[in-house]
Design a protein around this ligand. Structure first.
Ligand SMILES: [Zn+2]
Length: 412
C-alpha cells in the first residue's frame, strides 16, 4: 500500500476491521484484567501482553531492561509510539465493588474491573491495532515504524518508565500518543506536579521557659499558613487552558528533645500542581520566599528538597528519579494535534473535542522533560480511574483500535 491509495476506503476498511475484531479486543481486555499487576509487580501481566502482541503478529516484541514490553510494526527507523501503562492501583475497599475487580466480567456494553478504564482498555485496543496494521500490510511509510509500548510503574511514579527508555536505552520516540482515558477526545496536555519537603530549624529549650527557645512548631504553623496564602495567589496559565497551579501542605511533623521541651525541628510535606510556565525552580523559590516572609527566617536557612522515587522494578532494575513531573501542553495548531484531528474526522465523520487531562500521565517525561511532541487519545473515562466498579464502554474499544490503526497512515 503506498501513499496514493490513502483515501476514504482505507478508513472504511479500518473501521470495519476494528468492528469485526470487537470480541477479540473484549476478550483480550478481560484476560489482561484477570492478571493483577500493581506498580513494580507487573511481571505476569507483561508476559501475557508479550504473548498477545506476538500472536497479533507484531514484527518484533521485546522486554526492555526495566521491564516494559515493546512491540513494533513496520520496518522504519523513526518511531510513532503508542503507549499504555499497564500497572493499576489497588482496589481500595473491596466492599464497594459489586463485581470481583479481577474477574474480567463483560456484557454487551461494558468490560468491568480494576484497570478497565485506567488504562488497560488502551492496551487491549493497541493489540487490536497491531493485528489490523499487519492485516492491512503496514510496512512503515517515510521510514516510520509504529511502536506499541506497554509500560510499568506509572501509578507510583508517572513517566519513570519513559525517562528510563529515553535516557538509559536511548529509545527516543518521534511522536508519542498516550492511551490514558480521554473519553475518545483528543487531549493536548495536563498540569505537572512535584513534591517538596521543607525543613525548618528552631532552638529547643525547657518547656518551663519557652521564651529561651525558638519553637519549630510555631515556625511550622506560620509556614503552613504562608503556603495557604501562596495557594490563593497562584495564577492560571495565559489562556487558562490548564488552569492555575495549586499548593497544599500534605503532612507536618515537629520534634524536640522531649514532650516537656520547645521543639527544634519541623518538617512540612508539600504537594504542588504546576501550570504552564511553572517550573521546579520557580516553585521552590516561591516556597522559600513565602515561608521566609511569614517566619522571619533567612531564606538560606529554609531547606526545601524534592524527594526521590527509588524502588526496584519487577526486573530488579533500580532507576531513581526526583518527584518532579513537568507540565506539558501543545497548542491546538501543533501539527501532531492537526494529524490527530484529521484521523478522527476521517474515521468518525465528526469534529473531535480537544481537551486536557485532570490527572498526570507518562507525558511528563516524554513531553514535559524531553519535549517530544505528544498527545492523548484513549478509551474510557477519567472519572472511572481509581474508583470502585471501574468499567469501560466496549464501543470505545472499537473506536480506539481504529484510531491507533489509522493514525500511522495519516501522519505519513
Ligand atoms: Zn492511568
Amino acid at each position: 500500500m503506498d501513499k496514493n491509495s490513502f483515501d476514504k476506503t482505507l478508513f472504511e476498511k479500518i473501521n470495519s476491521k476494528s468492528l469485526e475484531l470487537k470480541d477479540y479486543t473484549v476478550k483480550n481486555l478481560s484476560k489482561i484484567i484477570q492478571v493483577k499487576a500493581m506498580s513494580n509487580d507487573e511481571k505476569d501481566r507483561i508476559i501475557l501482553l508479550k504473548n498477545l502482541c506476538k500472536k497479533a503478529g507484531a514484527d518484533e516484541v521485546r522486554i526492555d531492561g526495566l521491564g516494559n514490553c515493546l512491540a513494533r510494526v513496520g520496518l522504519g527507523n523513526k518511531k510513532i509510539v503508542i503507549d499504555a501503562h499497564i500497572d493499576t492501583v489497588d482496589v481500595g475497599d473491596r466492599k464497594l465493588w459489586e463485581k470481583d475487580p479481577f474477574s474480567g466480567d463483560f456484557d454487551d456494553k461494558y468490560v468491568y474491573g480494576r484497570g478497565a478504564s485506567d488504562q488497560l482498555a488502551g492496551a487491549a485496543s493497541m493489540i487490536t491495532a497491531i493485528k489490523i496494521l499487519k492485516d492491512i500490510g503496514y510496512k512503515g511509510f517515510n521510514d516510520y515504524s509504529v511502536w506499541f509500548s506497554f509500560t510499568i510503574i506509572e501509578e507510583d511514579c508517572d513517566g519513570l518508565c519513559w525517562k528510563y527508555l529515553i535516557e538509559e536505552e536511548k529509545f527516543i520516540p518521534d511522536f508519542f500518543i498516550s492511551t490514558e482515558p480521554t473519553s475518545l477526545n483528543i487531549y493536548r496536555g495536563h498540569r505537572g506536579r512535584m513534591e517538596m519537603e521543607v525543613k525548618l530549624q528552631g532552638v529547643s529549650c525547657h518547656g518551663s521557659a519557652p521564651e529561651r527557645g525558638v519553637s519549630a512548631a510555631y515556625l511550622a504553623s506560620r509556614a503552613a499558613l504562608a503556603i495557604e496564602k501562596l495557594n490563593s495567589e497562584l495564577k492560571p496559565d495565559k489562556d487558562n487552558f490548564l488552569g492555575k497551579g495549586t499548593i497544599t501542605v500534605s503532612m507536618m511533623d515537629v520534634k524536640g528533645p522531649s514532650q516537656c521541651s520547645v521543639p527544634d525541628i519541623a518538617r512540612l510535606y508539600i504537594d504542588r500542581r504546576l501550570t504552564e510556565g511553572e517550573t521546579r525552580e520557580i516553585a521552590v523559590e516561591q516556597v522559600k520566599s513565602y515561608i521566609s516572609e511569614a517566619t522571619g527566617l533567612d531564606k538560606d536557612k529554609i531547606e526545601v528538597t524534592v524527594p526521590k522515587y527509588s524502588k526496584p522494578s519487577w526486573k530488579k532494575k533500580l532507576f531513581s528519579q526526583d518527584l518532579y513531573f513537568p507540565t506539558w501542553v501543545y497548542p491546538e495548531s501543533h501539527p501532531l494535534i492537526e494529524i490527530a484531528k484529521q484521523t478522527y474526522i476521517n474515521l468518525f465523520d465528526k469534529r473531535p473535542m480537544i481537551d486536557k487531562w485532570t490527572f498526570s500521565t507518562n507525558g511528563v517525561a516524554v513531553a514535559g522533560l524531553h519535549k517530544i511532541p505528544s498527545m492523548g487519545f484513549g478509551p474510557g473515562d477519567e472519572k472511572e480511574a481509581h474508583a470502585p466498579n471501574e468499567k469501560v464502554r466496549i464501543e470505545d474499544l472499537v473506536k480506539a483500535s481504529a484510531f491507533y490503526s489509522a493514525f500511522p497512515f495519516v501522519i505519513c
